[in-house]
Design a protein around this ligand. Structure first.
Ligand SMILES: [Zn+2]
Length: 95
């Protein structure tokens, strides 16, 4: 289940980093080990990935996980327009 096409540029030369290994520390935290694809650089580094919040609920939720849920977009039906705010500010200045 390895997906090595993860964009993680080399911190020194900016070339694409290739993930060599992924160590899953917890269900929400993993450390990836990367190597620079530029043979003249050939730097190697480790980077940690942490799931900070869920954007979409799982259909198979893990009861042991406590990851906060924050939808990506929240549309409000009650949004005042910028033009109205501007009019109110101008009216306040006039007084
Ligand atoms: Zn590099």
């Amino acid at each position: 289940m390895s997906t090595t096409r993860v964009h993680n540029p080399c911190p020194h030369c900016g070339a694409t980093g290739r993930r060599r290994m992924l160590r899953q520390l917890t269900p929400a935290v993993a450390t990836g080990y990367y190597q620079c694809s530029d043979p003249e650089c050939s730097a190697a580094w480790a980077a940690q990935t942490e799931i900070t919040h869920m954007i979409s609920e799982s259909g198979k939720p893990n009861p042991r996980l406590a990851i906060p849920f924050r939808p990506a977009f929240r549309r409000s039906s009650h949004t005042p327009t910028a033009a109205n705010d501007g009019d109110q500010n101008q009216a306040a200045l006039a007084h």
